[in-house]
Design a protein around this ligand. Structure first.
Ligand code: I3P
Length: 123
């Protein structure tokens, strides 16, 4: 397979704006601050961009990357007063909440991220 090693990570879910709050970093609790972020799901990581146009790869714009190997993904009703919130807990102890007012939107992201994390984690 000539192209094999050169093919970039396939994009699993195309970009969409979701609300995001990081509530812990490396196991240490953080002050909650909800922001809108452009989210892209790759085959083994989640990318957060401030704006959709940054995804095109303009130099100088680096997305925040979340390694999904070993991550745990679950709905939560306890970490926020908002509806439609799920939490990603990474293997390094980061805790990220993602939310959308649109239920079908957040379900799509929850299901895809959870499936990816579980596949990477050997489950
Ligand atoms: C927080 C802010 C968040 C809220 C959080 C508050 O206050 O109102 O929106 O989270 O609740 O502490 P501040 O801006 O003063 O930090 P939700 O919107 O998710 O409920 P919390 O402390 O119960 O997490």
């Amino acid at each position: 397979n000539m192209a094999g090693p050169l093919v970039p990570d396939p994009m699993v879910l195309k970009g969409e704006y979701l609300n995001k709050a990081k509530v812990a970093e490396g196991g240490k609790k953080q002050r909650k601050n909800w922001t809108s972020t452009w989210v892209v799901l790759g085959s083994d990581q989640l990318l957060f961009y401030k704006e959709s146009k940054q995804e095109a790869g303009k130099p100088g714009f680096k997305p925040e990357k979340v390694d999904l190997c070993g991550a745990v993904v679950d709905w939560t009703t306890e970490k926020s007063s908002r509806k439609n919130v799920f939490q990603i807990t990474t293997s390094c102890g980061d805790e990220i909440l993602l939310q959308s007012d649109n239920y079908s939107t957040i379900c799509k992201w929850h299901d895809a991220i959870k499936k990816t994390a579980n596949a990477l984690s050997g489950g």
